[in-house]
Write a protein that binds this ligand. Structure first.
Ligand SMILES: Cc1ncc(COP(=O)(O)O)c(C=O)c1O
Length: 425
């Protein structure tokens, strides 16, 4: 039995909340220390999800003595004085600068994550265009379709290209067919599964060609992971408020590595002009949730302040270089694998073995799986993953002959290694 499994079993017995009296501190310490050991083991093979497990926040431990709550508008202050809005505003200014909007022209807040940022951005869009129809590519995150259901918005699912980015030809057809309704577009700055980046300029041009004037469309950008990466790559497409976008949501626990789920949403200040003062909190009710974490903005502030632009830039390049290493190793071994430009997400044929996928925490969808190469993922980890994958792969085919899965409809024939499309590079 692996060390990880042994540690897990050891802990699970001790978790049940059955004691009448409180547990002793040494016993509690022992449970937590076992759990930390088991997490350290799991982390050695944590490949499939876009969370950076490398941010050391030990310095912030003294802050765990306080309940900090940023309920309300971070720019207004609040009568709940145990808050961290001074940190929050600095973090928001940093994000605003990243997506090129002046301090005096933006509004935003630190959310619970990408989903809340999407809920807020699309809500702002709908407040601007109450009878707007939502357009989102089929590769959009599930939170977008959930948002449409929650707000009872009509939603047009647009096809995606094999890269994962939105198919603007189909978008055009749908826009023309619904010209009578304003358009609220969800633009993916990195799709969840493939890391496809929707072409903002082409989407804007498509809207124009279909006769949608500036006051009849709203673009919300879902930049959960890449929203905090692309700004550090000179050649990457710019997601900028200098273009006609309405909002952007970025996760804080993904690239930036905050240990608790969080994110930021940035929008144009002119859209947040509703009078929603709430006397109880002495602030404005302009956020999705009421109570908001006061710790999350401090963790974000710490990550950004510690690394600076240069540190983050170098992390982005390292992740992408390591992703390229993984893709090359897979392709060289005859495994179908795709890596989009400016992306750290390697998409490849799904291993037909649930235990193997779970062991490496792979995220799978249909015929494909992916590895997201984050800061804690080293080339050594990737090499041992590939070695084990190749070794297992030979046992997944009973007669010993390789029959690689055809994944050309998912990643394009160029990246597929099946017997028909075999084009090992
Ligand atoms: C593109 C995209 N949008 C939104 C989300 C949702 O983010 P969260 O899990 O922080 O709510 C994700 C999560 O993976 C994502 O990949």
């Amino acid at each position: 039995m692996s060390l990880e499994k042994k540690l897990q079993i050891g802990i699970e017995d001790k978790l049940a909340l059955t004691e009448f009296n409180g547990e002793t501190q040494p016993n509690l310490d022992s449970v937590i220390s076992h759990y930390a050991q088991s997490l350290n083991q799991t982390n050695l093979r944590f490949l499939g999800y876009p969370t950076n497990q490398n941010l050391n926040c030990d310095t912030l431990a003294p802050l765990l003595h306080f309940h900090l709550n940023n309920a309300g508008d971070p720019f207004r202050g609040s009568s709940y004085t145990m808050n961290s809005t001074s940190f929050e505003v600095c973090v928001l200014d940093w994000f605003a600068n990243l997506c090129e909007i002046e301090k005096s022209k933006y509004w935003g807040y630190v959310t619970t994550g990408g989903t809340e940022g999407n809920l807020h951005g699309i809500l702002v869009g709908r407040e601007q265009l109450p009878d707007g129809m939502l357009y989102a590519s089929q590769d959009s995150h599930y939170s977008i379709f959930k948002t449409a259901r929650m707000y009872r918005m009509q939603c047009m699912k647009v096809s995606s290209l094999v890269s994962g980015e939105i198919d603007c030809d189909e978008l055009k057809t749908l826009l023309l067919a619904h010209r009578d309704k304003p358009a609220i577009i969800n633009l993916n700055i990195g799709t969840t599964m493939k890391g496809g980046v929707d072409d903002l300029d082409l989407v804007i041009q498509t809207l124009k060609e279909c006769g949608f004037a500036r006051d009849r469309f709203y673009i919300h950008c879902d930049g959960a992971l890449f929203g905090a990466m692309l700004p550090f790559i000179k050649q990457a497409p710019k997601i900028s408020f200098k273009k006609p976008i309405g909002s952007i949501a970025i996760s804080g626990h993904k690239f930036l590595g905050c240990p608790i789920p969080c994110g930021a949403v940035i929008t144009r200040k002119e859209y947040i002009n509703v009078l929603t003062d709430v006397e109880y909190i002495g602030s404005r009710d302009v956020t999705i949730t009421g109570s908001r974490s006061g710790h999350a903005p401090i963790f974000l502030w710490y990550a950004i302040k510690r690394k600076g632009f240069m540190g983050l830039e170098s992390e982005v390049h390292k992740c992408i270089a390591n992703a390229s290493h993984l893709q090359h190793r897979l392709r060289k071994a005859g495994v179908g694998a795709m890596l989009n430009k400016f992306s750290n997400i390697v998409v490849f044929e799904r291993p037909p073995d649930e235990d193997f996928a779970r062991k490496w925490s792979l995220a799978c969808e249909g015929n494909i799986a992916h590895v997201v190469v984050m800061q804690h993922v080293t080339t050594e980890m990737l090499d041992s993953f590939v070695d084990e994958f190749l070794q297992k792969r030979s046992t997944w085919f009973q007669d010993g002959r390789f029959l690689p899965l055809c994944i050309s409809s998912d990643v394009g024939s160029r990246h597929c290694a099946c017997s028909i499309h075999n084009s090992v590079s």
